[in-house]
Write a protein that binds this ligand. Structure first.
Ligand code: TXA
Ligand code: MG
Length: 340
């Protein structure tokens, strides 16, 4: 099929995009985190087509996107007060809330689970499309399974051109890593994915939050992760990656001592000149985690076009967005981490 690209956020284009959703088509949607591969969450065939276009295993649930918290009770059972509190504080924004699902949400959408992940994305175009379509949009990240999440319409088209009806280009993603996922079906609430909303913000509202161990360590083959997506192969450059934690001067010195010409380095902006002969990608200034989050997927993705024998990466401390950035780097490294 030929993939249409909408660029201007005119009423006409919003209406055309919403019509694609209502008719059961596939639409690339911009969000503040990453681009999503969207379809009507209540239409089983449309949802099936998402899995097919991505090459995604059928038991890996999709999250559904809504325009505001009033839609929670349409699709979720027993919504606790703290869900509304979180929505009040952080929606629209990079937070997905897991709640018991109502039967109106097909099991196809939730990968067979009794729960459903709901998020209100912070992007005016996508919010307008959902309201116009008047159905929730199921959307995983818009990459082929196993590839990095797309942070621009161009990145998404690399994977999806010809496989989806249309994409709405809403510009580059402001956050750059996917949403944080909080499971409210258990007590205390559990963080299943570190993302664009820092853990510290969640604990401020919820009190105690358990950090699922899939965020900080490799899951063994026998373990069953709470977020099914965590068990699948995630994105990693072809060359082996080593993440080096610790103070940034020290990690830079360590990497400089190991790195040989022909290797790749992902480092903070301040250290880019310290690895002669290496292919160097700038993660952004060491004190600017927001910029590091925007760049982390691109820094890794670029190595797909370059041949390097091995990759070393500096890593921010785990405070704030550092938990999500470090997690994406460590996953790409298969949790091969040198702690200084
Ligand atoms: O920022 C985001 O969340 C982006 C944008 C497009 O909104 N979406 C996204 O979707 O990253 P996806 O499918 O790539 O990642 C969603 C993750 C998967 O690991 C999935 O297994 C988990 O959320 N998930 C979805 N529903 C769940 C549920 N009911 N219980 C546990 N985990 C769930
Ligand atoms: Mg994804």
């Amino acid at each position: 099929m030929k993939t249409i690209c909408f660029r201007e956020p005119t009423n006409e284009n919003i209406a055309a995009a919403a019509k694609i959703i209502r008719k059961g088509g596939l639409l690339g949607i911009p969000t503040e985190t990453v681009y999503g591969l969207g379809a009507n969450a209540l239409n089983e065939q449309a949802v099936y087509n998402i899995f097919a276009a991505k090459g995604r295993p059928q038991d890996n649930p999709l999250i559904i996107h809504v325009p505001d918290a009033s839609w929670l009770s349409r699709y979720c059972e027993n919504v606790p007060g703290c869900a509304y509190q979180l929505a009040e504080e952080f929606w629209p924004g990079p937070l997905t809330i897991i709640l018991p699902r109502k039967d109106i949400v097909p099991l196809r959408t939730t990968g067979g689970l009794p729960s459903v992940g709901v998020r209100c994305p912070d992007h005016p175009i996508t919010l307008a499309i959902i309201r116009e379509a008047d159905v929730p949009i199921a959307a995983p990240s818009g990459n082929t399974s196993g590839r990095p999440s797309p942070t621009s319409a161009g990145d998404m088209l690399e994977d999806m051109d010809g496989k989806i009806d249309a994409i709405f280009d809403g510009g580059p993603c402001r956050v750059g890593v996917e949403s944080s996922i909080i499971d409210l079906t258990c007590q205390p609430p559990r963080l299943l994915r570190a993302g664009g909303l820092p853990l510290e913000e969640l604990t401020r509202v919820l009190g105690e939050v358990i950090v699922d161990k899939c965020i900080t360590q490799q899951m063994s083959a026998a373990e069953k992760p709470k977020a099914p997506g965590m068990k699948y192969r995630h994105y990693a450059p072809k060359a082996p990656v080593t993440v080096v934690t610790g103070a940034s001067e020290e990690s830079a010195r360590y990497i400089a001592a190991q790195a040989k010409p022909g290797m790749g380095v992902i480092c903070f902006h301040e250290y880019t000149a310290q690895f002669p002969g290496c292919t160097v990608h700038d993660l952004g200034p060491q004190n600017d985690k927001a910029e590091q989050a925007r760049r982390v997927f691109d820094a890794m993705r670029e190595f797909d076009h370059e041949s390097v024998t091995q990759i070393f990466a500096q890593c921010p401390d785990p405070e704030g967005l550092g938990l999500a950035i470090g997690n994406r780097l460590k996953k790409a490294a298969g949790f091969h981490v040198v702690e200084l």
